[in-house]
Structure formats: structure tokens, C-alpha cells
Design a protein around this ligand. Structure first.
Ligand code: FAD
Length: 400
């Protein structure tokens, strides 16, 4: 265990209840760590599993099915759970400062706080869009939108105005979220016998195509789906301002503007500002630079995993699948660091199975040149996702 000038007992502090830390807690619960005190601090006691989030929005899962109970998991791991938001760290004093004013000590620190959507809008533009992260904030806005759509649908022809929803960001998360929202709202309209044509959908991306990190066949498949669902696609459209009920963009074909009742922001992400302010090594996007041991560059006592970490020698896109894969090596290295052992090296896979749902209980699977689509793919994805969630619901020795 790293010694600390104060001589206090070994403190391991996990910051953020992300996909890597839930695996760490499970691992440390299965094989308890001797000689150290474990604390996890996270904003909320329920942490969302991103793979099932679009399914929640589409109405296929309820809130509990897509959230992991950190309180219960922490108890399983013998860890203290603190509900708070870390807003800065003092590396010299080895303290993490929280929004509530409290400070948490650490001898070993591990950071798994995800990413923050980058909203590069001038003036007050950012106040008029709904960022998808933090998910808890997005969920509140989504529930409000759902209610608004229901009222509009229930008003029937007395309120014939359309409801226009724009999603900014053409990556997998943006496309998947739009299709999930559309499916759900159309179901609500159908239930209330309202005309779904009153729902209008726009997807905007600054890139020349949607899903730029996916294969050509995946892109074609989703362009077809979006066209069939009546989604207006705005490619090479860089949104640069938004206000109450509108947004505007600059594009290769000139500037554009559209009226939108809700603008959901799912663009390229960056690291939380406090990571940069901490003086730790960060890349151009503000993500912590980590080596194969998952230690932050030049920091023996600070680890990072998931979206907030960029592996210096193995750059990968931001995806929950990598955050999950980092969990076990991270747990192993925290254990070795406490015991003073040699750390192991982790190399993320180069090719991975991407499973993107189309909202309607169908999904597209791709890996390299392999592509499969349909209802059975959704059932396969559903099986994988439920199996993952059971890891935290069916804890050995605990009741679900
Ligand atoms: C709609 C949508 C769908 C997606 N679908 C998929 C998918 O199917 N497959 C896939 O691989 N990826 C998917 N992604 C990407 C995926 O969400 C991220 O890559 C993944 O969540 C990263 O996990 P993480 O553990 O790094 O962070 P997160 O999952 O964001 O977890 C971070 C945790 O830390 C907490 N936290 C944050 N800041 C602080 C702080 N300062 N102090 C304390 N706690 C803090 C948060 O409350 C949260 O619990 C999707 C993303 C979105 C938006």
C-alpha cells in the first residue's frame, strides 16, 4: 500500500460509479481486500447501464431494470458509499473535494466518471439544449417530454400543432436514442389515437455521414432505417446556436435554421473540467492519459478507467464495452498496488461487437465486415444485457 505522510490506514477511493467501478466492487466483494478501507463516491446511488438505456427510453425496460444499485453493491464489497459529486482533487494532500464541501482522503485513487457532452454553442445556447449526460438529468427532461407529448396527443385535433424533436450528434448513441424516443412517442400517440405525423424528427451531425466510426454497411443500414421512419437527416451541419424553440447550424451548403421544441445533445464528449484542472495528464479532449496498467501517466497512485480515460498506446472510441472490460484488470491492479505487487498490463480488443437497437425491438449487430439485423439480434442483445445486469442483482450470499 502506498505510504502516506499522515500514516493513516490505507484508503482506496473510487470516484464515480461507472461501468468499470461496478465490476471492481463486485470483484472486491467476491475476494475481499485485506488491509485497506474502500470508499466509493458517486453522484447517485443508482447508476445507469448504458447498453439498456435506449431500451428504457423506448419503453422496453423500466427504471430499475437499467440501473445498478450502488448502495447494495458497495455493501457487498465492504465499501462505504458516499452520495456526492467530486469537483476537484488535491494531489499533494491526497484529498478529493466534493460539491457538498466535504473532502475524502485517499492513498489510492481510481477515477471512473464517464464523459461530458461538449456543447460548443455561443451565448446562452447551451441552456436551450438537453445534454444526454448526466443520464439522471436527461431522464428528468425525457419524462417531462413524454408527459408533454401525452398532453398534446390527448388534446386531439384541438391542438394540431406538431411536436418537433431534434437530436444533435450522429454517432451510435444519437442515432439509437432518436429511434428509441421516436418509437416510444409514436406508441403513446397510437394509444391516445393521435396522428403520429404530428411528431417531427431531425438528426443533425457535423460529419459527412452518420455513424462515422462504423462500417459502410452499418451506415447504409441506418440511413435506410432513418429514411423509412421519416427522420430528416442534416449531414455536415455544425449546430452553432440554439434558443427557445430553435437551433441553427453552419454547413457546407450554407447556414440553416429550424424550429424545434426539444433539442437533445448527444455529440462528441470531453472530460469533466475538474480533471484538467487537477493538473493530471489529459489529452486534447480533456480525458486522463493512462498506460496499460490503467495508472494515470506519471502517477503511481491514481488510476482511471472508462470514458474518462484515454489509453495512450491503444486509442479506442468511447463505449461502455471498453469501460466494462477495464473493470477486472483495474480491480486486480488495485489489489496488487495494496499488496505492493507487480501490476498487470491491459490491452483493449481491436475489434468488438457493436449492437445498436432500432427502437422497435430490432437491432443491428456488426463486427468488422460481419453484419446482422433483425428481431433476433435484439433478443440476443437483450440476453447479453440482462446477463450483465444479473451480475449485480444476483450477488453471492445476497438476496435480489
Ligand atoms: C444513449 C446512449 C446509448 C449508449 N449505448 C451504448 C451501447 O449500447 N454500448 C456501449 O458500449 N456504449 C454505449 N454508450 C456509451 C456509454 O454510455 C459510455 O461509453 C459509458 O457509459 C461509459 O462508461 P463509464 O463507466 O466510463 O461512465 P458512465 O457510465 O458515464 O458512469 C460514470 C458514473 O460516475 C458518476 N459521476 C460522474 N461524475 C462524477 C463526479 N464528479 N463525482 C462522482 N461521481 C461522478 C456518474 O453519476 C456515473 O454513475 C451509449 C451512450 C448513450 C448516451
Amino acid at each position: 500500500m502506498p505510504s502516506h505522510d499522515s500514516g493513516r490506514p490505507g484508503e482506496i477511493l473510487l470516484v464515480g460509479g461507472g461501468h468499470s467501478h461496478v465490476i471492481v466492487l463486485r470483484e472486491l466483494g467476491l475476494r475481499p481486500l485485506a488491509g485497506a478501507r474502500l470508499t466509493i463516491v458517486s453522484i447517485a446511488a443508482r447508476t445507469p447501464y448504458s447498453g439498456m438505456l435506449p431500451g428504457y427510453v423506448a419503453g422496453h425496460y423500466d427504471f430499475d431494470q437499467v440501473h445498478i444499485d450502488l448502495l447494495r453493491l458497495a455493501a457487498f464489497a465492504g465499501a462505504r458509499f458516499v452520495a456526492d459529486e467530486v469537483i476537484g482533487i488535491d494531489r499533494g494532500a491526497r484529498l478529493a473535494h466534493c460539491r457538498s464541501g466535504r473532502s475524502l482522503p485517499w492513498d489510492l485513487l481510481s477515477i471512473n466518471v464517464g464523459s461530458t457532452p461538449r456543447i460548443d454553442l455561443g451565448g446562452t445556447g447551451a441552456a436551450h439544449v438537453v445534454p444526454v449526460k448526466p443520464i439522471s438529468g436527461f431522464n428528468q427532461r425525457w419524462l417531462a417530454l413524454l408527459q408533454r407529448a401525452r398532453l398534446l396527443a390527448a388534446a386531439g385535433s384541438a391542438a394540431a400543432q406538431p411536436l418537433t424533436i431534434a437530436v444533435v450528434g450522429g454517432g451510435a448513441a444519437g442515432v439509437e436514442l432518436l429511434l428509441a424516443m421516436q418509437y416510444r412517442l409514436q406508441q403513446e400517440f397510437a394509444t391516445l389515437r393521435a396522428d403520429p405525423e404530428r411528431l417531427r424528427w431531425h438528426l443533425l451531425t457535423r460529419d459527412a455521414d452518420i455513424l462515422p466510426t462504423h462500417s459502410r454497411t452499418v451506415r447504409q443500414q441506418f440511413r435506410r432505417v432513418l429514411a423509412a421512419r421519416g427522420v430528416q437527416l442534416h449531414l455536415a451541419a455544425a449546430v452553432d446556436d440554439a434558443g427557445a424553440g430553435w437551433l441553427q447550424w453552419q454547413g457546407t451548403n450554407g447556414a440553416g435554421r429550424l424550429a424545434a421544441d426539444e433539442v437533445v445533445w448527444v455529440t462528441r464528449a470531453s472530460g469533466a473540467p475538474w480533471l484538467r484542472d487537477s493538473g493530471l495528464a489529459v489529452d486534447d479532449d480533456g480525458f486522463l492519459c493512462v498506460g496499460e496498467t490503467l495508472q494515470v501517466a506519471d502517477e503511481a497512485h491514481i488510476f482511471a478507467a472508462g470514458d474518462c480515460a484515454s489509453m495512450i498506446d491503444h486509442p479506442r472510441e468511447k463505449a461502455g464495452v471498453f469501460a466494462v472490460r477495464m473493470g477486472r484488470p483495474l480491480a486486480g491492479n488495485l489489489r496488487r498496488a495494496v499488496a505492493g505487487g507487480k501490476l498487470i498490463h491491459f490491452r483493449p480488443q481491436r475489434r468488438w461487437l457493436a449492437l445498436i437497437s432500432t427502437g422497435d425491438r430490432c437491432a443491428v449487430a456488426s463486427r468488422g465486415t460481419f453484419l446482422a439485423a433483425g428481431r433476433w439480434v435484439w433478443h440476443w442483445k437483450d440476453w447479453i444485457d440482462r446477463r450483465f445486469m444479473r451480475l449485480f442483482a444476483d450477488l453471492p450470499g445476497g438476496s435480489a
